[in-house]
Design a protein around this ligand. Structure first.
Ligand SMILES: Nc1ncnc2c1ncn2[C@@H]1O[C@H](COP(=O)(O)OP(=O)(O)OP(=O)(O)O)[C@@H](O)[C@H]1O
Length: 239
């Protein structure tokens, strides 16, 4: 039986010999301290959890440990690493026998800086992405993703309208079918609905797998949309 090349990234854990200070960032974050062994899905892995649960800290550390720039981009983006936590030095990554053809860290919050860097390179990279809206530019980058890649996305929905999130879901599926692997930190119930995925919940007890319909994102969004007149009355009531 042939062994599958995916997932390109198979396990993420804290190295046994890592020097750890549990009283300071990032190991004072419960999900980081008690992360155990993350086993990414061959297709898509989602990081979910409350604001501040440690998703971006983890994704950034994985990206930097893979040799990608902390602000985002591919290995060809040569920018100084910005405010990177010590986590990437402590991670042990188990990789596939086959390297991905391409790796990219796409991060909505620092996309602007990466585009400025690309604009400053010698001509040849196509028109400036600065003349595109945030969401258009984000989708442009996603649509440039190619087969056999490993892609890390940090909160793609920050840039995308609901319609574009649906388009992103379809683009991700096309890429998965071309041997790509994704790890995505998100709050988007639209993206989280992707079926060939593992959803990992970051919270006070560490990192645990959860089913789509058991996520707070699904439950809260469904409840609000189904009952928004009552929910608004409750939320906006004078006490
Ligand atoms: N450089 C830093 N130094 C100290 N604490 C930090 C630093 N960066 C982030 N934190 C803290 O670490 C915690 C986790 O932050 P992180 O950005 O990883 O959360 P998140 O799960 O991605 O949140 P969100 O959903 O809001 O994006 C937060 O409490 C944050 O304030």
């Amino acid at each position: 039986m042939a062994i599958s090349a995916k997932p390109y990234l198979r396990e993420i854990s804290i190295a046994g010999d890592a020097e750890i200070d549990f009283d300071s960032y990032p190991f004072n974050i419960p999900a980081v301290r008690d992360m155990g062994v993350i086993e990414p899905h061959a297709d898509v892995t989602f990081f979910v959890g409350e604001n501040g649960a440690g998703k971006s800290t983890m994704l950034e550390a994985i990206a930097v440990a893979l040799g990608l720039p902390s602000e985002g981009g591919s290995r060809h983006v040569h920018r100084a690493q910005q405010d990177v936590s010590s986590l990437q030095n402590c991670l042990k990554l188990v990789k596939s026998f086959r390297k991905p053809a391409w790796s990219y860290f796409l991060r909505a919050e620092s996309l602007f800086n990466v585009f400025s860097y690309l604009d400053d390179l010698p001509p040849g990279g196509g028109p400036s992405k600065h003349i595109r809206s945030h969401g258009e530019a984000f989708m442009d980058v996603m649509l440039e993703f190619s087969a056999g890649g490993l892609y890390l996305l940090d909160e793609p929905e920050a840039a995308l309208s609901p319609n574009r999130q649906l388009a992103a879901l379809s683009a991700i599926d096309q890429l998965v079918k071309q041997d790509c692997q994704f790890i995505i930190a998100t709050h988007s119930p639209i993206l989280l609905s992707y079926p060939n995925a593992r959803i990992l919940q970051f919270d006070g007890s560490g990192i645990t797998e959860v089913a789509f319909e058991d996520t707070e994102h699904f439950a809260v969004t469904r409840d609000f949309l189904n009952h928004y007149p009552q929910r608004l009355k409750q939320l906006l009531a004078d006490d």
